[in-house]
Ligand binder design. Structure first.
Ligand SMILES: O=C(O)CCC(=O)C(=O)O
Ligand SMILES: [Fe+2]
Length: 165
């Protein structure tokens, strides 16, 4: 990614020394009226990259593209890799964190396992200096991962969550 964006070597990579990984398992029970409920509200993850396993052969994950919700069909033995908000912040908006949500099924339960990859709490994240120019000013705040998390978890899970300036 640094090469593709012509960023000074290690400027972004340095943030990922000693990367941390957390995991969430999601269980969505069947619901007789799936049109009236949502399994997981629209959001983008507080991570750099999310690796997601759709563990059941049941559709549920959807991503927002051009204002439309697009279903992501589960594939056997395949992970979904999502660029998320910390990469959006570091690349000053060039790589976009994907907004996604999960729906429920009327008959079948669904399980997914998400693993979130992110820098350590003490690291400072913000638009990487090479990508901030007079033509492309910083779009996001620079702050510690800890403060970023405090802001993320102090708001209702609804839509994109990047910290715009
Ligand atoms: O269940 C899914 O496919 C999505 C899970 C998810 O977005 C999350 O755990 O952050
Ligand atoms: Fe998510």
């Amino acid at each position: 990614m640094e090469k593709a964006l012509k960023v000074v070597p290690n400027e972004m990579l340095e943030v990922f020394d000693d990367i941390s990984q957390t995991m969430r398992m999601n269980y969505y029970p069947p619901c007789p009226h799936p049109e009236n409920v949502i399994g997981l509200n629209p959001h983008s993850d507080a991570a750099a990259l999310t690796i997601l396993l759709q563990a059941s052969d049941v559709e549920g994950l959807q991503i927002k593209k051009d204002g439309q919700w697009i279903p992501i069909k589960p594939l056997n033995n395949a992970f979904v890799i999502n660029v998320e908000d910390i990469l959006e912040i570091l690349t000053n908006g060039i790589y976009r964190g994907i907004e996604h949500r999960a729906t429920v099924n009327s008959k079948k339960e669904r399980i997914s396992i998400a693993s979130f990859h992110k820098p350590q709490m003490s690291k400072v994240i913000g638009p990487t200096p090479t990508l901030v120019t007079p033509e492309t000013p910083a779009l996001f705040k620079t702050l510690t991962v800890e403060d970023y998390y405090k802001a993320y978890f102090s708001r209702y899970l609804q839509g994109k969550s990047c910290l715009i300036l």
